[in-house]
Each structure stands twice: as C-alpha cells, then as structure tokens.
Write a protein that binds this ligand. Structure first.
Ligand code: FE2
Length: 133
C-alpha cells in the first residue's frame, strides 16, 4: 500500500511543477515499499540520496521559475525550501550514524510535501499561470 496517495487535489495546475511532484511522490512510495520489504541497507541508502537529489533539483526549478516571473512571495517560499533542506540534512546525518530514522524521514517528507504542495506551490502555480498565459 502506498504511503502517499496521489490525488487530484495535489495538482497545482502548472505542468512542470506537477510532473516534479508526481516523480517525488513516486520515489517516496518506492522508498516506503522497499523499506517494508526489508531490502538491503545499500538500497535504502541510495533511495535516500535520490530523494535528496531530486528534491534539490525540484527546488532549484521552482526557484528559477519564481525568479524569472518576479514572484512576490519568492523569499518566503525559498525559506520554506531551505528549512526543509536543513531538516532533511539533519535526518540524513542521523541515518548515516545508524539511527533508525528511515520511516520518520518518509513520514516527514510526506507531511511536508502534502502541506507545501496544496498551499505554497499552488499559490506559485496560480501566479505563474497568470503571468505566462
Ligand atoms: Fe515549493
């Protein structure tokens, strides 16, 4: 059973952002399934890094869109991304130190994404659609 059930309500309406979110949620669900299937630690290590890499790539894309469009709430939105990155980096450190935090990480990612997508990213998507169409 998937950790994160993707639903229509998570669509922001801006295609590039939605494609990234769908990919990110897919990675999250794969990580959850693999954890439950007790895959080797190396596999979880790789998935953790892939999640971090993809989130970093996605944030950079949103930051580029905000900059290019002159998004008024750019700074506040960036700050949410930075706080998220700081928290995930801390959790990754704990994970590498051998602490059993993998599920906690996935649950944090799920909760953060759900609330960030439906508010901050939707606001951004609405603005982008207004200025680019
Ligand atoms: Fe965002």
């Amino acid at each position: 059973m998937a950790l994160f059930h993707w639903q229509q309500r998570f669509l922001s309406g801006f295609q590039e952002i939605d494609e990234h979110h769908i990919h990110l949620v897919g990675l999250l669900n794969t990580a959850y399934d693999d954890f439950r299937d007790s895959v080797p630690r190396e596999r979880l290590d790789a998935l953790f890094l892939e999640l971090i890499d993809y989130a970093t790539y996605h944030f950079a894309a949103e930051e580029r869109l905000m900059k290019e469009s002159g998004y008024p709430a750019h700074e506040a939105h960036d700050q949410q991304h930075r706080q998220f990155a700081t928290r995930v980096t801390e959790m990754h450190r704990d994970y590498l130190a051998g602490k059993p935090v993998f599920l906690e990480v996935l649950s944090f990612l799920k909760g953060w994404l759900e609330s960030h997508i439906v508010k901050s990213d939707r606001d951004l998507a609405t603005f982008l659609n207004t200025v680019t169409h």
